[in-house]
Design a protein around this ligand. Structure first.
Ligand SMILES: Cc1cc2nc3c(=O)[nH]c(=O)nc-3n(C[C@H](O)[C@H](O)[C@H](O)COP(=O)(O)OP(=O)(O)OC[C@H]3O[C@@H](n4cnc5c(N)ncnc54)[C@H](O)[C@@H]3O)c2cc1C
Length: 451
């Protein structure tokens, strides 16, 4: 048996950031991952991250081998490829990173701060006594030994597998189940091209609800002749295999002729608003395990680190008070919801709207710029969705018999506002959670019926 102040399950971007934040305040932290130390950081990913995350978290920008390229903007293509939204601006400059080396850097930061790593250790389930999470049970993957780790707080940062969260009883008060239709299944490859890409600092996103149902496909350059190319589909029953779709519709593009595969793999991204509560008695959830991901583009590296930093600092305050009770951990919810969760919830509404459109809706919507390019950037970052419906476009849509689409667009923008207002009034205590949750559920049930 081992005893720590804090147990962090998962040494990904969220877990390493949590462990670093807590350990740097002098508390004992163990960081447990089923991967071998040298494999931590290996993750199938689009490898793109905004510069603002580094600025906000005080992290050094990637450089040397850790940086695969710079991002200066995004081109978003309509399904018929006739319209391209060229989006540039503050929130979109960033980096293509070597995900493995970046993960190794975050791990090193956590260990340098004093966290103790248990690698090749698979967490099996939480230990729960008297309605409180007291620790976890884990098995070493090569020695086959089982160990009980006890701690004042257990942080589930195990990514989409959410090993702790999934085993929690109802009384802990956390949602354990994330609907599969609120996730996107992806397949991506890193490929070496024969020729140079046209714009090595521009990420290309292709919206196409037939080729990538409920998701999109992407081509992100990693330097001049290497790209990260992938496709995601919403995980609804009977969804197509994203690898088949990538091979059929994307890798057949002329730019991939004679290209060589460097790495291929699949993964799942949660694309909904964050869990209604990220804390329970003795437990905190961070990163993909808590659905801290941008629902529109699926970016979760930045939000998971932000979630880890918030969780880490509130946990240390609670430990300093000597009582990591649910009341003392509650500021994690309040702080995350106000800084990012409200934006995420608004984007969740936008995501559901987009997933219900047809390719024709998207083609017309983009052609007539119902949302302007400069507003798309703000919208994708969770700012207000400003519509650009002019008399001319209204006449065109009327002529095409597509007025219901415009109405639904207005309804969506109104609902986004409503949801964000509700998240900005996130309850200050656990006792008020149920009443707030009822209001959230009411809005999302309405969205299901109307968008
Ligand atoms: C195909 C794809 C493309 C993506 N593209 C982007 C992108 O371009 N930009 C972006 O920002 N985000 C992207 N994301 C999302 C991003 O990768 C995640 O949101 C982010 O990595 C979440 O970090 P995390 O720390 O929560 O989880 P992870 O990074 O998944 O870390 C979880 C850790 O927990 C460990 N673990 C899991 N279960 C156990 C267990 N039982 N016992 C012990 N350890 C365990 C794992 O080994 C892993 O190290 C993409 C995701 C996918 C799948």
């Amino acid at each position: 048996m081992k005893q720590y102040d804090v147990i962090v399950v998962g040494a990904g971007t969220g877990g390493s950031m949590t462990a670093k934040t807590v350990a740097s305040k002098g508390f004992s932290v163990c960081l447990i991952d089923r991967k071998d130390r040298n494999a931590i950081g290996q993750k199938v990913c689009g490898d793109a991250i905004g510069k603002h995350h580094f600025d906000n978290l005080g992290l050094k920008y990637p450089s040397g081998q850790e940086k695969e390229g710079d991002i200066s903007g995004i081109n978003v293509h309509s399904p018929d490829l006739q319209t391209v939204f060229r989006i540039v601006g503050e929130g979109l400059t960033g980096f293509m990173i070597n995900r493995y080396l970046f993960g190794q850097r975050l791990l090193k930061d956590a260990l340098d701060a004093g966290a103790e790593l248990f690698d090749s250790t698979h967490v099996l389930e939480p230990i729960i006594e008297s309605g409180k999470v007291k620790g976890i049970e884990a098995r070493h993957l090569t020695k086959e030994t089982k160990t009980r780790f006890l701690g004042d707080v257990v942080v589930d940062a195990s990514g989409v597998s959410a090993i702790v969260r999934n085993h929690l009883p109802l009384e802990i008060g956390l949602e354990t189940n994330v609907r599969s239709e609120d996730t996107v299944v992806c397949y991506r490859e890193i490929r070496e091209l024969k020729d140079q890409v046209d714009e090595p600092t521009f990420c290309e996103i292709y919206l196409d609800l037939e080729k990538a149902e409920g998701g999109y496909y992407w081509i992100f350059p990693e330097g001049k002749t290497k790209v990260n190319v992938g496709l995601g589909v919403a995980a609804i029953k009977g969804h197509p295999n994203p690898k088949d779709m990538l091979y059929k519709h994307v890798l057949t593009m002329p730019m991939f002729r004679d290209s060589k595969i460097i790495h291929g793999g699949g993964g799942i991204v949660p694309t909904r608003r964050p869990l209604d509560s990220l804390v329970g008695n003795g437990v905190v959830v961070v990163g993909d395990a808590g659905c801290q991901v941008n629902p529109i583009h699926g970016g979760g590296i930045g939000p998971s680190m932000m979630g880890g930093a918030i969780a880490g600092s509130v946990i240390t305050e609670a430990l300093e008070k000597g009582q990591p009770t649910i009341e003392n951990l509650w500021p994690i919810n309040v702080c995350f919801m106000k800084s990012y969760g409200a934006k995420q919830a608004g984007l969740d509404v936008f995501r559901m709207f987009l997933q219900n459109l047809s390719n024709d809706d998207l083609n017309y919507g983009m052609k007539y710029r119902l949302i302007k390019e400069e507003d798309i950037l703000k919208a994708s970052l969770g700012e207000e969705i400003r519509l650009n419906v002019t008399d001319a476009s209204r006449r065109v849509f009327k002529g095409l018999g597509r007025l219901p689409f415009l109405k639904s667009l207005y309804r969506m923008a109104k609902t986004v506002k409503k949801v964000k207002t509700l998240y900005n009034k996130y309850p200050n205590s656990p006792q008020e959670l149920n009443a707030w949750k009822n209001q959230v559920e009411e809005i999302f049930a309405y969205i299901g019926r109307t968008l």
